[in-house]
Write a protein that binds this ligand. Structure first.
Ligand code: HEC
Ligand code: HEC
Length: 252
């Protein structure tokens, strides 16, 4: 009997000691959420939610997941008719953990944009507008940026400027082809099906090839046709540009 009592006491002690207190549990949830996120979500949404194939998640407000319950629902059930899958395999607790981590990304992001957007706009119009449309004005070599502040975080935008190859959006895959008679051409893939491929070259000319007539098709993943501006701007100018881009949220 004495022995059993001692065992019981020990058991209660162990249970009490391993029961985490509230803040500890919050921190554990966040860490587990981060691990789940990196394994299941980062592929599309980027490490730390900077965006990629899916939209950036490190924003103070997510249009499709504005409330905690909407966020959990998006994670558990996905978004219909989109590439956002439902995560049926996650249990309720895991969904809550990932959601907590996603919300923490938005809080960090909130404080980061420090530049002057008006100065950024002047730089943009001089150096970037020849390749990018904003609100109907600009060139078409790069993607339109009119709403870029909604879908990309400040960290992603900064990377897109200094290291374009780190942030190549869907639809801008660089491909080089060699024709049967040895002619070579490099461009951005506009379209591709099992039998043909269409490219747009650096001078904005379109080229269409039948695959059967090509000797080689080389897809250059992680390569960008956008020039790097790594050393083109001072740190302050870069902040200004990022502030301008982050504020582009559609026509007012
Ligand atoms: C296969 C790619 C892919 C994976 C994996 C993925 N997502 Fe998504 N996600 C998307 C796409 C694409 C969208 C945009 C869908 C739309 O709005 O049409 C999206 C949208 C979202 C949104 C809404 C964002 C907004 O702007 O309102 C949230 C939140 C989200 N995903 C969270 C997650 C989380 C958390 C995970 C991991 C558990 C995850 N996603 C995994 C592709 C993915
Ligand atoms: C010679 C044409 C060209 C110029 C000049 C140019 N870009 Fe780009 N940009 C591109 C192309 C092409 C892409 C898509 C491929 C990629 O991201 O590498 C792109 C992608 C981007 C993206 C990523 C968009 C997304 O949806 O992920 C941002 C942001 C961007 N550019 C900003 C800028 C800024 C800011 C400048 C000026 C400092 C600039 N670009 C100058 C061609 C250009």
């Amino acid at each position: 009997m004495k022995r059993i009592c001692a065992l019981l006491a020990l058991l209660i002690f162990v249970l009490a000691a391993t029961q985490p207190n509230r803040t500890n549990r919050g921190r554990t949830d966040l860490m587990q959420g981060k691990t789940l996120y990196n394994n299941q979500c980062a592929l599309c949404h980027g490490i730390e939610g900077t965006g990629g194939k899916g939209p950036a998640l490190n924003l103070p407000k997510l249009p499709r997941a504005a409330t905690p319950s909407a966020l959990s629902k998006v994670i558990a059930e996905g978004i219909e008719d989109s590439e956002m899958p439902g995560f049926w395999q996650l249990n309720e607790r895991e969904v809550r953990q990932v959601a907590a981590y996603v919300r923490s990304l938005g809080r960090v992001q909130n404080v980061k944009v420090t530049g002057n957007a008006a100065r950024g706009q002047t730089l943009f119009e001089k150096q970037c507008a020849n390749c990018h449309i904003v609100s109907g004005k600009g060139g078409v070599t790069g993607p339109e940026l009119t709403e870029i502040g909604i879908s990309r975080s400040a960290a992603y935008l900064r990377a897109a400027i200094v290291e374009p190859a780190a942030a190549v959006p869907e639809g801008f895959l660089v491909v080089s082809v060699t024709t049967a008679n040895g002619q070579r051409l490099r461009g951005v893939r506009v379209n591709e099906d099992p039998f043909s491929i269409q490219l747009r070259d650096a001078a904005n000319r379109y080229h269409s090839f039948r695959k059967a007539e090509l000797k080689e098709i080389k897809k250059e993943f992680g390569v960008s046709t956008m020039p790097s501006y790594k050393d083109a701007f001072t740190a302050a100018e870069l902040d200004d540009l990022v502030a301008y881009l982050a504020g582009l949220r559609g026509e007012k």
